[in-house]
Design a protein around this ligand. Structure first.
Ligand SMILES: NC(=O)c1ccc[n+]([C@@H]2O[C@H](COP(=O)([O-])OP(=O)(O)OC[C@H]3O[C@@H](n4cnc5c(N)ncnc54)[C@H](OP(=O)(O)O)[C@@H]3O)[C@@H](O)[C@H]2O)c1
Length: 250
């Protein structure tokens, strides 16, 4: 039975990954901070899909949490999904620096360290994959959030390039707006986001799994967002930044 470790597995995109991978027969290791919620998610997955679901409560912005998950990955995992993340409500200059650093720790340091903990075992077995959840925001200019997600995309592409020729895959997943707890947790006003731009977490995960099987390095689910990213790459960042500023954060 293949195994997968998912960070941020109790809500939104991470929970959708957990359901999809359980349905595909993976045994799971679920990571998040809220232990009670982790246990009830694991129980639900065990009952519904008949798979093993281990819980690993950890705050990935804290050294002990990161070390515990690194150690679990070194024990051998076939698929790592680096998904845990959060947003800020305010504009760049209004966000306290401690919050920005916490974001860099979760979006960059945790992704780096967990990927590096997982890859040696995968390389040795010549199979395995890492999905790093970035965002369409990576292609626009929107403070530390988009900068951290741009790092995730570039880092994942670099790792994928180094592993080309092996059977180990690394892919950045770049969703647009997805209906999850993300915006409420960040107290973001989403009233300016048109309804047609919202995606479901299940559809995002299905697209990600299709792209992973195809060997894609950067997965952008949904045609609407593929077009938005293509335009974002062509227009000057000063224009792209103003457009994304009107819509809010992803
Ligand atoms: N929703 C969107 O529109 C959207 C769009 C593009 C990209 N994304 C990206 O997708 C990923 C998942 O977002 P989501 O929308 O599914 O968010 P969500 O519904 O708010 O879920 C976040 C998950 O991450 C966990 N988490 C948060 N901080 C953590 C920490 N310090 N250590 C360990 N776990 C932590 C949460 O559980 P606990 O609170 O129990 O720790 C929860 O399971 C993020 O990387 C986000 O940037 C989201």
């Amino acid at each position: 039975m293949p195994s997968a470790l998912i960070t941020g597995a109790t809500a939104g995109i991470g929970a959708a990954f957990a359901r999809r991978l359980a349905a595909d027969g993976f045994s799971l290791v679920l990571v998040a901070r809220d232990e009670k919620r982790l246990r009830s998610s694991a129980e639900e997955l065990r009952l519904r899909y008949g798979v093993e679901a281990e819980v690993l409560p950890a705050d990935l912005t804290a050294e002990d949490g990161l070390t515990a998950v690194e150690e679990r990955l070194r024990g051998g995992i076939d698929l790592l999904v680096n998904n845990a993340g959060f947003g800020h409500p305010g504009a760049f200059l209004e966000v306290p620096v401690a919050d920005e650093l916490r974001m860099l720790k979760l979006h960059c340091e945790a992704v780096l360290r967990l990927t590096l903990a997982a890859l040696p075992g995968m390389k040795e077995r010549d199979r395995g994959a890492v999905i790093n959840v970035a965002s369409v925001a990576a292609f626009f200019t929107r403070g530390t959030y988009s900068a951290s997600k741009a790092w995730v995309v570039n880092f994942s592409e670099s790792a994928a390039a180094e592993l080309a020729g092996s059977r180990v895959r690394v892919m950045a997943l770049c969703p647009g707006f997805v209906r999850t707890e993300f915006h409420d947790r960040a107290s973001m006003d989403t009233s300016g986001i048109p309804g047609f731009l919202w995606l479901s977490a299940g559809d995002v995960v299905d697209a990600a799994m299709r792209d992973l099987a195809l060997g894609t390095w950067v997965s952008v689910p949904d045609l609407r967002y593929k077009a938005i990213v293509a335009v974002g790459r062509l227009i000057p960042s000063s224009v792209a930044g103003r457009i994304s500023g009107r819509l809010g954060r992803r």
